[in-house]
Design a protein around this ligand. Sequence first.
Ligand SMILES: Cc1cc2nc3c(=O)[nH]c(=O)nc-3n(C[C@H](O)[C@H](O)[C@H](O)COP(=O)(O)OP(=O)(O)OC[C@H]3O[C@@H](n4cnc5c(N)ncnc54)[C@H](O)[C@@H]3O)c2cc1C
Length: 374
Amino acid sequence: MKKVLIIGAGPVGLTTGRLLAEEGYQVDLFERRDHIGGNCFDYHSAAGLLCHKYGPHYFRTNSDELLAWLSQFSDWIPANYHVRAKVQDKFVPLPISLATVEALKGRTFSVEEFEHYLAQERVAIEHPQNAEEQCLATVGRELYEAIFKGYTEKQWGISAKELLPSITARIPLRFNRDIRYPSEKHQVMPAQGYTYLFKNMADHSRLSIKLNQEFCLSDVRAVESAYEFVICSGQLDQFFEYQKGKLPYRSLRFEEKISESEFVQENVQINYPNDFDYTRTVEIKHVTGQQHPLTSVVYEYAQAEGEAFYPILSLESLALCDQYRELARQEERAQCPIYFLGRLAEYRYFNMDHVFLRSIKLVNQLLNKEIVKV
Ligand SMILES: Cc1cc2nc3c(=O)[nH]c(=O)nc-3n(C[C@H](O)[C@H](O)[C@H](O)COP(=O)(O)OP(=O)(O)OC[C@H]3O[C@@H](n4cnc5c(N)ncnc54)[C@H](O)[C@@H]3O)c2cc1C
């Protein structure tokens, strides 16, 4: 039987594993944690509350085909992904829209007034060289200082002047009063949670998962003769045993407070750009749809140490990453090729829908047929 080795049981590992198992491959999947689902993992606490272990995960996509494919593993509920930033004593909706300036200024704005305001505030910087310049050129100094500066610096632990402009390059600006945080067509939650969805995806007779097992290149070398190819969604530098050095990541610490009330916050997420050590508070119950007499609010603190969450993109880290990418390209051409895919293996931030789509496309490409049309 054709055999495939997959590293990492997150969205990439499980999507590729499932598709290949359906196509007749025996799939051996190795995961270093004691659970599947990658960073999307959720669980029920001792009190029975549905919690997102690695930070809140809001599913959204523009792809009808992806949603249809995922729907064989889960039902969906609509989700109100509403995010507000606390600026002094006001809670202003994000991303920036008419509703944001109205909440900030305490009066209504027409589209023309908003455009006029932005035109006056924007700093003329033709080619922004860092995240601060990027924001100043897009939204101007007042909104940058009220909403972005403190948040970005807490999140990354360095001045916004030292961050690449790409970090804030895609700040959405809306000239309407749509206060939904994402812009995608579908904004939904798996009705019974992400782990339920991933368990169903993993439920296939030819898909075997071994937990608590880390795999690096030397482990692959020892077994590769048994496999046709390998898909690695594990951490790039760690997979190559840090031979070029460590890729920098930003991490998070979570502090949970349980309250004996149905809700504490007005909406799922509040950002704290100023005044507090934490960056955001999340009351996930607003979007899991769970009925429960208790609620949990998670306080998020950005930190240097801990789980690898966000690649810290700088000229140095990208140069180091290029060296690893070269090693990865060599492995892709080897007799038993290793394909690198996903947020850890590519050292890039991806939303879930992007990794699902990229996983499906990789399998279509490897098998040279359109198993799932996306
Ligand atoms: C704080 C935070 C919030 C996020 N919020 C959202 C959101 O709201 N919406 C959204 O769409 N996306 C969100 N994301 C992104 C989302 O988590 C990713 O798109 C998704 O998890 C990527 O899937 P993946 O399979 O590439 O990686 P992961 O989910 O990280 O899975 C990789 C798996 O590989 C395992 N692994 C790593 N190395 C090895 C190894 N050497 N051997 C064995 N196993 C290994 C890991 O333990 C992990 O389980 C968020 C990410 C973070 C960090």
